[in-house]
Design a protein. Structure first.
Length: 280
């Protein structure tokens, strides 16, 4: 690893960027330097312009990939090199505004019932019934489930923020059945490697496979359930401020104290779930 690459990594970590963002920004600068076969220290505004044209006209990358690449260069020149390149010389494109694909209630029901694997059903139900993002579902722990207040504690969500979302009765029933079958010890959805939670890629593949089994022609991914969650609540007459409070905003100043799932720090995970199961 070069000194310059290590310095950029340190700059990103000092600012507490997400690991995925760190990886993306560093990779973008590395590809930029490799394209010109020079150190990025020796490249300037004209090379950046050529690189932007190459990404758009020749490589034809997706808009999201293009924006990530430009943001990585902006960070590198402004923070790592501390070079005064006019930010207008590294412009960002206009964002495309598209309406999301919304699954109907019948389509959601078909996708949720399609998998035969109870673990897959529990993952899909959690995505839909809680409105969580895929990374938030992947990193859920048993102790994040609040049985008394019917809430899920989301830790280190988007923007490194904690918040609480609703724990619906239907989701609680699914999770109880899932626990009886799987009996997870720490992570709610453990991954293939011991001590690790399920990966985002596995959840994406679970959504795609369930949509194929349900014969849904729409492009279904984890965020589709987040859109459907909010839309269906609106259709059922739930006010927008309530939906925002439970699905999108943080609750750093809750109106009432919220106790977490484990009633005793020393209680084993199975005992916690037994108490939770008996409370239904």
């Amino acid at each position: 690893m070069t000194t310059l690459r290590q310095r950029m990594l340190d700059d990103l970590r000092i600012r507490n960027y997400a690991p995925s963002t760190v990886e993306c920004y560093v990779r973008s600068v590395a590809e930029f330097a490799k394209h010109f076969n020079k150190s990025p220290e020796l490249l300037g505004a004209e090379e950046i312009r050529q690189w932007q044209l190459y990404l758009r006209n020749e490589k034809k990358v997706k808009l999201s990939t293009y924006i990530q690449a430009i943001c990585g260069l902006r960070f590198f020149y402004r923070n790592t090199l501390n070079r005064k390149i006019d930010i207008d010389q590294i412009p960002l494109p206009r964002y495309e505004t598209k309406l999301p694909v919304i699954l109907s209630k019948a389509e959601v029901k078909a996708v949720l019932e399609a998998p035969k694997n109870l673990g897959h059903r529990a993952i899909l139900a959690t995505l839909y019934r809680s409105g969580l993002r895929v990374s938030e579902v992947a990193s859920l722990k048993i102790s994040d489930l609040d049985r008394e207040n019917h809430m899920i504690h989301v830790r280190n969500g988007k923007g490194k923020k904690d918040r609480r979302v609703m724990l619906a009765d239907q989701l609680r029933d699914v999770l109880v059945a899932y626990w009886r079958w799987k009996k997870p010890a720490d992570w709610l959805f453990p991954g293939g490697k011991p001590g690790c939670h399920i990966s985002r890629e596995t959840i994406f593949e679970t959504c795609r496979k369930a949509a194929r089994l349900a014969r849904i022609d729409k492009r279904v991914h984890p965020h589709s359930f987040r859109h459907a969650f909010a839309t269906h609540l609106l259709d059922d007459g739930v006010s927008l401020p309530v939906i925002r409070f439970y699905s999108a905003t943080g609750t750093s100043r809750p109106r009432h104290a919220i106790s977490t799932l484990p009633t005793s720090p020393s209680a084993p995970p199975e005992a916690r779930w037994r108490r939770w199961e008996r409370s239904i």
